[in-house]
Structure formats: C-alpha cells, structure tokens
Design a protein around this ligand. Structure first.
Ligand SMILES: C[S@@+](CC[C@H](N)C(=O)[O-])C[C@H]1O[C@@H](n2cnc3c(N)ncnc32)[C@H](O)[C@@H]1O
Length: 506
C-alpha cells in the first residue's frame, strides 16, 4: 500500500493536471526513498507520464516570482529562493503536496560539514571542488538572500531563508531539477524526479517540448550541464490514454495509436525508450557520469562505473619535474610543449590530465613527459625547429626521426612510451595516490566491507569513490609496466568529466 505521503502526492498531482500510467507503481522505502516500478510490461515509445509546465516549481510559477525578478535572482539562485519561499508557506503553498514528498535536503557533499568533506573526500577528485562550492554557495546566500530578510515589506520569515535552508534547497536543485524551457529555465518537475538513475542503461527519457523552436528537447536526467542532450523528432497528432483496462491489464499510452504526444508545448513527458518487464524498476539516466560527478550532484556512486576517471594535475607533473630537474628546465619544457600546440584539460591556471578508467593516460601527458626528458641537445634542436623550421603546413616537427604532431594523432607507441616515460608515469601514480593520506587501498576496501550503505551513506559513497579512483591509479601503474602491450588512443573522446573550477591546492 502506498505511504501516506505518496497518497497525498498523488492527490496533489491529480489536482494539478499531472497524468501517469497505471502501469507505474511508486514505491516508498524508508531507507532509499521513492522508486518507480513497472506493474506490467511497458513498451518502448509509451508515454508513461505527463506533467504540465505550470505544475512545476520554477521561478515563474512560484509565488515569489515578483521578489525574485525585482531582486534579480537568476538561475539556480532564483530557483533556490522559490523553493525556500514555497516551503515558508507550508500548507498554504500551491506546491505543498509536492514539497511534502521531498527530502529536506539531498545528502550531496555540499551539505556535509567541512570536517566531513576534509576527512572523507581527501585526495579525491571532489575534495577541492566541494570546498570551493561550499564557500561560493555561502557567499551567494550572504550577498543575495540575506539582504532580502532586512526588507520589511517582504515579511520573509528568517527561519525559512537561513543559510542552512539555502544549502538544502541547492542540494535539491542539484539532485532533481530539470531544464524545462527558455521561459521557465531550470525547475523542479514533480513525478519526473521520482525516477532513479542507472548509468547508460536507462528505460525512460524526460522530454521537454520547447516553446520556442517547437522541437523536442530530450534531457537525460536532472541538472543537465553534463547530461546528454539529444534532439528527437516525435510523431505528431497522437493522443494519450492513461487508463487501466477492466481486465486488469495495464494500459499506458496506447502504442498502436499513440506512443507520443501531440506536440503540446505546455506539457513535459516521460517516454519509455525500451521495453521493461513487469515488476522491475524503471530507470532514468542523469547522464554518462563518473562517480565523482554522481556523488557531487546526486549523493551516490556506482560500483563499477566505467565513466570514472582520475586527473593528474599539471602542478603534480611540475612537482615531479622540479624534483629531478631545475625550475628553469621545467618551465622551458612546458613552454616548448605548448609551442607545439599541446594543452591539458581545464584552464591555464588549473590544468590537468585525464587517466581513463582503463588506466590510460591522456596522450598530451605522454608528450609532455617525453619533452621533459629530452636531452638538452635534442631539446634545443626541437626548440629551434619550432621557432624556424617547423613545417607549418603539416603542423609537424621532426626530432631524431620522431614526429611531434601539433595535434595528438598518429603517435607511434615506441616514440611515446620509452622506459623513462613509463617510470615517470609510475612516479606520478604514486604521487597522486599519496594525496589520499596514510590509509592504503586495502584499508579502504576493508572499511567499505564493514560500512553500512543505509546508516553510513557518506562514508560508503566516499569510500567507493576513493577505491575506484585508486584502482585507476593501479591500472595506470600496470599500463606503465607493460608499455608495449598498450595501445595509445587519442583521448579527445566525448567522455564526461567532472568540471574543475579551480586549481587543487593540496
Ligand atoms: C531525482 S531523485 C530520484 C528519486 C528519489 N529516489 C526520491 O526518493 O525521490 C535523485 C536522488 O535519488 C537517489 N538515487 C537515484 N538513483 C540512485 C541510484 N542509482 N543509487 C542510489 N541512489 C539513487 C539519490 O539520492 C539522488 O539524489
């Protein structure tokens, strides 16, 4: 039987014109929250839910719209204010039936204490990012929300607009907001936000019909900055039937006549993208994300996530170089590497190199190490050839019979993986590993074995993140120890990475 809060939510959905298939069951568990299951077989193309945009909580639909516009609160800041405002109205909010189903906050690292962040995320791809996020979110609140509390005519109750409430609202936006359209921007979409995530194996897609271009924007998951956004052309002039047949069979949208909607721009839809059998959970996808990004935005990780990566900061590479050569040598070699047209990921003052799930380093890192290790005479020859004799038309420079293309293609294995370079890769793996502190990966694995996912959620997911990152570093060492078994691929693949905002300091 549905929980009381789910029953209240369903009543609210009906009153707001949301429609959903009777083939969907919403299951509420105290430990894991709500999940969506199929009560009977669902077919690819079935529209299983429709949500009017007006029923979504956005800066345009909130009672706080005027305050938000007058205060110039844009984007997520405005949406966070809208959530806090509607929460402050309690039962009087038109969104009360929806809000009562939401957790107070999602357990994403921005709502962990700074001590927890420093202890649990130390050395991981998330550590510095979350430290910075927390500071920025606090500043946003202080600059933009706090002054509104002093404006008497607004009569805002400080209890609902404090910094803790702001962080809670931000965690909900991070974990369950969708991009609706140009008018509404990002918003909270009731019902669509009940589907859990499965990487690369989703069953259902969220689809927003854009009111501007009349094409459907299909957004895989919430908070799309790194989600996949695809364009799909849906069939026109179809209708939706969301009734249950009296014989007990579930009827979703009748796929004979209508598996897609009629292009109504006021509605959002959830459409099945594959068949799902009765009794199984129906998953959405929030994007092809590694564990750092999943934990950052959604507060969970996956065990074998092939989208995981580890980054090696340029700073770490320079640290290694200056431990062997002079500062001058390091600077000159990096400068030549840049002159040859290479760059790392990130921006100039926060550069890093990716190590893929398989332990394969970015080719730009291999070229840089190669240049750092060149004997002085070879370096000078190459530097001169870049200055004067570089074959501009082909973008290549010749060195001792090796070719350094300006772009990372066609690298020969032998030219990039001599033993010297492999040894440096191993050293870099060790240096990167030391950022995790004194505990070994075996200690972490043991700790994960003892850890309860339900009672120690933060510890569980941070251990999962650390262990998987450390396994990648192990694979990097394997890669470095067997250079001629490795194939070098160009890493400009569309893999998703966690966006780094600034440089790591640790
Ligand atoms: C959009 S909500 C999904 C519905 C959510 N389960 C609820 O109770 O309302 C996103 C949140 O659900 C949880 N979640 C989604 N997919 C998950 C997964 N594969 N493993 C663990 N938690 C997941 C996370 O807490 C995430 O922040």
């Amino acid at each position: 039987m549905a929980s009381r809060r789910l029953r209240a939510f369903k009543r609210w959905m009906k009153s707001k014109g949301l429609e959903w298939s009777d083939a969907l069951e919403f299951v509420d568990t105290p430990e894991e929250g709500v999940e969506v299951r199929a009560l009977c077989q669902l077919k690819e193309g079935d529209v299983v839910a429709k949500m009017p945009k007006e029923a979504c909580l956005t800066t345009k639909t909130s009672g706080a719209r005027k305050i938000i516009e007058e205060a110039g609160l844009d984007g997520h800041l405005g949406l966070a204010f809208a959530i806090m405002y509607e929460r402050s109205l309690d039962g009087d909010s038109p969104f009360a039936g929806y809000l009562q189903l939401l957790p107070h906050q999602e357990c994403v690292p921005i709502v962990w204490t700074l001590d927890e962040v420093n202890e649990l995320l130390c050395g991981t791809e998330l550590h510095q990012t979350v430290q910075e996020d927390k500071a920025l979110i606090y500043d946003d609140w202080k600059e933009n929300i706090l002054p509104l509390l002093d404006l008497a005519p607004l009569k805002l109750n400080p209890k609902f607009f404090g910094v803790e409430q702001y962080f809670a609202a931000k965690s909900l936006i991070s974990s369950r907001s969708f991009e609706i359209d140009d008018y509404h921007g990002f918003g909270m979409v009731p019902l669509a936000d009940l589907f859990n995530h499965k990487t690369g194996a989703e069953d259902v897609h969220f689809t927003a019909m854009s009111s501007n271009d009349e094409s459907d924007t299909d957004v895989d998951g919430c908070n799309d900055d790194e989600g996949i956004v695809k364009e799909e052309t849906l069939a026109q002039n179809s209708s939706i039937d969301m009734t249950v047949l009296n014989n007990g069979n579930c009827n979703v949208s009748d796929s004979d006549s209508s598996s897609v909607s009629d292009g109504d721009t006021s509605m959002l839809e959830m459409i099945m993208i594959k068949d799902v059998s009765s009794g199984t959970e129906v998953f959405n996808t929030y994007g092809l994300l590694g564990n750092a990004a999943l934990l950052h935005r959604y507060g969970f990780t996956e065990q074998d996530n092939s989208y995981d990566i580890v980054n090696i900061d340029m700073e770490l590479v320079l640290q290694w170089c200056t431990s062997v050569f002079s500062d001058r040598h390091s600077r000159a070699r990096v400068s030549l590497w840049r002159k040859l047209g290479y760059s790392a990921c990130g921006s100039q003052n926060s550069e890093y190199f990716e190590i893929s799930f398989d332990g394969e380093p970015q080719i730009e890192l291999l070229v840089l190490l190669h240049i750092m290790l060149l004997p002085d005479n070879a370096y000078h020859k190459l530097d001169l050839s870049v200055a004067g004799n570089c074959d501009e038309s082909s973008g290549t420079t010749f060195l001792n019979g090796n070719i350094f293309p300006s772009k990372a293609f066609n690298m020969s294995k032998k030219s990039l993986l001599p033993k010297k370079v492999c040894d440096v890769l191993s050293s870099l793996a060790d240096m990167r590993e030391s950022l995790y502190g004194l505990k070994s990966i075996e200690d972490d694995i043991e700790a994960l074995g003892r850890c309860s996912l339900v009672r120690e959620r933060k510890l569980y997911h941070s251990l999962m993140l650390r262990i998987n990152e450390r396994k990648i570093l192990q694979r990097l060492r394997n890669y470095a120890s067997q250079p001629f078994k490795n194939k070098i691929t160009n890493h400009s693949s569309p893999r998703k990475k966690l966006k780094r905002t600034t440089k790591k300091t640790s």
